[in-house]
Design a protein around this ligand. Structure first.
Ligand code: NDP
Length: 254
């Protein structure tokens, strides 16, 4: 199989996008470690194989070192790091002070930097790769999640610099995600009707499934992407139709 015997850590792999990524790596034959503050509601499993859960609050650098030491003890190597843990509440800029917004930057930018630095020597030894989980929020205005968008923009740029500094041994890439259907989608888009209506705004007509994000992450981590580094891959179903086209009074047919 594509990633037979490779060892992959998926931060925040216990639910949502991260669980989809973990399942895709399991299907590709990798050993998968998922970490989060709380255990998954049910084991993360696919293709008859189950991910190992390791508890960690990754904002604490000592906890990151401890996590990687546990991965060493169990598997003795690390081939792929998927920096997936992240997210943000909806909060307009004026509704929080700078320290509050900075916590969002810490989770979405400082945390993946911390884990990547701690993992670097192991990834170099394995000629492995890092996959950052970015967002289209980092490429367009993000009212209500401004600090998150800024952090995701920074994350994609961090990945490009990391790809240069850590070449040729370690490849570093970013998946830039559009909307993904997760257990928490209702918090962002409302009930099933809301999720479906939001999906219809995407050219492909729906939100992504977490496992589809996983397939793209497996591609970036695999030998098929052996010459891909410092890249950002958009996985957004065609993106957003420009709003001005709907407002214009000509060319309405497309
Ligand atoms: P969820 O909130 O559903 O999952 C986040 C995961 O990260 C959970 O496993 C959570 O577990 C873990 N986590 C959060 N904080 C920490 C921490 N301090 N230490 C360790 N683990 C932590 O998020 P999504 O699945 O929606 O998003 C995953 C990634 O995908 C994020 O980077 C997000 O920005 C990105 N993304 C998601 C989109 C979407 O539509 N869902 C769109 C674009 C990007 P626990 O709380 O137990 O620690």
């Amino acid at each position: 199989m594509e990633l037979d015997g490779r060892v992959t850590v998926v931060t925040g792999g216990t639910r949502g996008v991260g669980a989809g990524i973990a399942r895709a790596f399991l299907r590709a034959g990798a050993h998968v470690v998922v970490c989060a503050r709380r255990p998954p509601d049910e084991p993360v499993a696919a293709a008859g194989r189950t991910a190992v859960f390791e508890p960690a609050d990754l904002r604490d650098p000592a906890a990151v070192d401890d996590l990687l030491a546990r991965v060493d003890a169990r598997f003795g190597r690390l081939d792929v790091l998927v920096n997936n843990a992240g997210g943000s509440p909806y909060r307009l800029l004026g509704e929080g002070d700078a320290a509050r917004h900075a916590r969002v930057v810490e989770l979405n930018l400082t945390l993946p930097l911390t884990v990547s630095l701690a993992a670097h020597a192991r990834l170099r030894a394995a000629h492995g790769s890092v996959v950052m989980i970015g967002s289209v929020s980092g490429t367009r205005p993000s009212p209500g999640t401004a600090a998150y968008g800024a952090a995701k923009a920074g994350l994609a740029n961090l990945a490009r610099s990391m790809a240069v500094e850590w070449a040729p041994e370690v490849r570093v890439n970013t998946l830039v995600l559009g909307m993904v259907r997760t257990e928490l989608s209702h918090l962002h888009y409302g009930d099933a009707d809301g999720v479906a209506a939001v999906g219809r705004t995407v050219p492909l007509g729906r939100l992504a499934e977490p496992d589809e994000i996983g397939e793209a992450a497996v591609f970036l981590a695999s030998g098929r992407a052996g010459y891909v580094s410092g890249a950002s891959l958009l996985v957004h179903g065609g993106g957003e139709r420009p709003a001005f086209l709907d407002a214009a009074t000509v060319n309405k047919e497309s």
